[in-house]
Design a protein around this ligand. Structure first.
Ligand code: PMP
Length: 366
């Protein structure tokens, strides 16, 4: 199998699997228990928090969640409880993942307004986000790296500009696709959502980073774990796997740049290819193959064991519309392919992919 769909999910690395298995076998205590087994389990949480904070390079707290969907929902859906006097305007983008976009729409049904900015409309996207903030803006929610195109947003620049305009406005970053991949200097926020399964951790574990001094209300009520802010027995084994995955993720900046230019070069040999990614982290490349629908190409590649994604994330056959935020036409969105690399991706994988795309074009182009 040549797996090139790492923005969807990743193969858990041996380090993560081993750490999780080790804890399941030998460290299965409940971190809330007062005895030694509990204390040993609690140590796993403490160490994992330290590792994740170190990787983020930010000062604050880590709360473990079931994944980024829960982290995003926690920040957005609890705004009316925590910050009801800070205004009812949300500044966000037209490229957000549904796990942020849908909760924001839900708040709009409850009297909030959302301004959704599209990268295609601005030369300086970060400045446009900053300029949209006013005294009524309670939250800015932007993703760090877009999951469909790899578009990179400098959230540190946004954070600094937003705080100058309105110090009360909170900045939330969906950091799922940037974590361990994008330059850390482009990250600053009050809240950051993370997910382990995009970095070779295990599915079902994520985190919410909360900056020092920033309050939030819990989404879930119950046993009062994690300082009463995220009830539920902590998933110690998955958390151990999450930490191991963070530690194991190598710096692939150069590797991804090389794979990306190799793929672009190979694609440029075919007619009718348009590249949909710009200003992107190099681990994701989105392109359209004129005259061949995404699903047709995806399943053709699958026949030779190559796994990619249709370039426009689909839900029940409906396009997400995110590519339109980058100025991609409907026709190109229909034929878009997303390729996403991992530290395990090789040049031979890219050569095989390019060869098959060439064959697919010959066979299916109308
Ligand atoms: N945000 C982004 C940008 C994502 O790509 C994903 C996963 N597709 C999520 C949030 C949701 O993460 P999880 O699967 O951990 O809920």
């Amino acid at each position: 199998m040549i797996y090139l769909d790492n923005a969807a999910t990743t193969r858990p690395c041996d380090e993560a699997i081993n750490a999780a298995a080790e804890n399941m076998r030998n460290n299965f205590g409940n971190p809330s228990s007062l005895h030694k087994a509990g204390i040993e389990a609690e140590k796993v949480l403490k160490n994992a928090k330290k590792t994740i904070l170190g990787k983020l390079g930010l000062e604050g707290e880590i709360y473990f969640t079931s994944g980024a969907t829960e982290s995003n929902n926690t920040v957005i859906m609890t705004l009316p409880k925590t910050y009801k006097h800070n205004g009812k305007k949300i500044v966000t983008t037209a490229m957000e993942h549904p796990s942020a976009a849908v909760p924001i729409d839900k708040l709009c049904e409850q009297g909030y307004t959302a301004v959704k900015l599209a990268p295609k409309d601005y030369d300086n996207f970060e400045q446009a986000v900053i300029n949209a903030v006013d005294k009524d803006t309670v939250l800015v929610s932007v993703m760090w790296v877009n999951n469909e195109t790899g578009y990179l947003t400098d959230t540190a620049k946004i954070y600094n500009g937003v705080k100058r305009r309105n110090p009360k406005t909170l900045v939330h970053v969906d950091g799922v696709q940037g974590f361990c991949k994008a330059p850390p200097r482009t990250l600053k926020a009050d809240f950051v959502s993370l997910s382990a399964h995009k970095i070779h951790g295990i599915k079902g574990i994520g985190a919410l980073f909360v900056a020092k001094g920033v309050r939030f209300e819990p989404l879930l009520y119950g046993g009062g774990q994690q300082k009463n802010l995220r009830s539920g027995t902590e998933a110690v084994d998955l958390i151990a796997g999450f930490e191991a995955a963070v530690k194991a993720y190598p710096d692939c900046t150069e590797k991804y740049a090389a794979l990306n230019s190799l793929l672009c070069e190979r694609l440029s040999a075919f007619e009718g290819i348009s590249i949909n990614s710009f200003n992107n982290t190099k681990n994701i490349l989105n392109f359209s193959v004129r005259g061949v629908r995404s699903e047709i190409m995806l399943h053709f590649l699958e026949e030779s064991g190559i796994y990619v994604s249709s370039g426009s994330a689909c839900s029940k056959g409906k396009q997400s519309g995110v590519l339109a935020a980058f100025g991609i036409s409907d026709e190109n969105a229909d034929s878009a392919i997303r390729v996403s690399f991992s530290p395990y991706t090789t040049e031979a994988d890219i050569e095989a992919l390019a060869e098959q795309i060439g064959k697919g074009i010959e066979r299916f182009r109308r």
